[in-house]
Design a protein around this ligand. Structure first.
Ligand code: DOR
Length: 445
């Protein structure tokens, strides 16, 4: 009998699949999973010994901001995806609030061109909804390399904004894909600006208060119901929104971020000052607990990092001149593994939130599970490894993390994109195989 020869074999790892958690070998051919188990006699160009390690479906971070074009001093597509690969992430969805904003075909195609050849991970880009481009959205969301439409209902970093019911309705009436939404109420944000206390980033939570988020999410869900459009509500921060969202699970999926699950006020503002400032804000322990409860109950569909790098100089400005946002693509998985080891979620649930969730929400083709025929995207993790998050390890141009100095249990030790190793034992291999993620509804163009 001829010996079978593959592109890659991963031997002896403990696979985390929808069938459960069990030791098995995996073979990859032409970038896709070719066989699971029964590979004793087979050979491969690349053989990885994963004994003692867990093999997860490649982690998909469905919310990152990489700043290219326009603000490459904070981050660029190459450094952003390098950080992703070091953190065990195999694919990223990048947000449109760059400069220029990604609001037309030219800007979207430009991002795909810029990423190609420089990307350690696979990628897709959101197109931003604006009052000017609503009628183009059905075509724009189907462009190669586009994951869907992003709608900012409240102002954040950049100028993208659609805040009146009429235009929000028009956005939701144009197109088919799930619309990703930043949900904070613009009118209330404007009214409450006086709540900001100069020099006190903790007052960010008084300005962008619970009602600001709740009012917007209530409006969004009402219009989504009216228009029967699927929505994905990003970075939910309040108990009240979770209570509302549970009644809209037919049309609304829900994201939380690792930072909202990990940090809480007032501690974060006392320790980190404006480095803890983001939109929507980190809130108190009661809200943090409510996010975990919603995660336990299945109301939460996905964890995205909202990686939003700003330089230390920018962050050091006195509040409210300090920009909102913190990096996170590299620490998403280490933090979740640490929460898993602390008993806050199971390994299958972690897998669901970091790979299968994004695949289901956005209709990704061929990713999000370990199964024959799917892309050979894997994240190798050492569940017991204790490691401190350090500045030297971070690849983001911004050069800091709110989690620096924190020791976590559980660490990514390998990142594999369609059968190509892009990170092993904390070092990038230099491979940049990243390609546009494919979506089920546009496989025929
Ligand atoms: O804090 C944030 N920063 N929230 C956002 O919605 C945008 C992000 C950024 O791009 O800086």
């Amino acid at each position: 009998m001829m010996t079978q020869h593959f592109q890659m074999i991963i031997r002896g790892g403990t696979l985390v699949t929808h069938a459960g958690i069990a030791v098995a070998d995996i073979a990859v051919a032409d970038g896709r999973i070719a066989q699971i188990g029964g590979l004793d006699a087979a050979e491969a160009d690349t053989v990885i010994d994963a004994t003692g390690l867990h093999v997860l479906p490649g982690v998909i971070d469905s919310q990152v901001h990489f700043r290219e074009p326009g603000n490459e001093h904070k981050e660029d597509l190459e450094t952003g995806m390098a950080a992703a690969a070091l953190g065990g992430v195999t694919a990223v969805f990048e947000m449109p609030n760059t400069s220029p904003a990604t609001v037309d075909e030219h800007a979207l195609t430009d991002k795909v061109d810029r990423a190609t050849g420089r990307a350690a991970t696979d990628f897709a880009f959101f197109v931003g909804a604006s009052p000017e481009n609503t009628t183009w959205l059905p075509d724009l969301e189907r462009l190669p390399g586009c994951c869907g439409v992003k709608l900012f209902m409240g102002s954040s970093t950049g100028s993208l904004l659609v805040h009146d019911d009429e235009t929000i309705r028009t956005v939701l009436q144009n197109g088919q894909r799930r619309v990703a939404v930043h949900s904070e109420d613009e009118e209330r944000l404007n009214e409450r600006k006086p709540a900001r206390q100069a020099g006190d980033p903790a007052s960010h939570t008084a300005w962008r208060d619970v009602e600001t988020a709740l009012k917007s999410t209530r409006r969004l869900l009402r219009i989504a119901r009216e228009t029967a459009r699927k929505v994905h509500v990003l970075h939910i921060t309040t108990a009240e929104e979770m209570d509302l969202l549970k009644d809209y699970k037919d049309i609304a999926t829900v994201e939380v971020t690792p930072q909202h699950l990990t940090l809480e006020s007032p501690d974060c503002y006392e320790r980190l000052g404006s480095y803890a400032q983001m939109n929507p804000p980190i809130r108190d322990a009661g809200h943090r607990q409510a996010l975990w409860r919603a995660l336990d109950q299945g109301v939460v569909d996905v964890v995205g990092s909202d990686h939003a790098p700003h330089t230390k100089d920018e962050k050091a400005k006195a509040y409210p001149d300090s920009p909102s946002g913190m990096p996170g693509v590299q620490t998403l998985l280490p933090l979740l593994l640490d929460h898993m080891n602390a008993g806050r979620l199971s390994l299958p649930r972690l897998m669901d939130l970091t790979s299968a969730g994004a695949a289901r929400i956005y209709g990704i083709a061929g990713k999000g599970r370990i199964a024959v025929g799917y892309d050979g995207d894997f994240t190798l993790v050492d569940l017991k490894r204790q490691q401190t998050i350090t500045g030297e390890w971070l690849a983001s141009k911004c050069g800091w993390s709110p989690f620096e100095g924190q020791t976590v249990t559980g660490w990514p030790v390998g990142t594999i994109v369609r059968g190509i190793v892009v990170m092993r034992d904390g070092a990038l291999t230099g491979e940049r195989p990243g390609r546009p993620v494919r979506f089920i509804d546009t496989l025929n163009g």
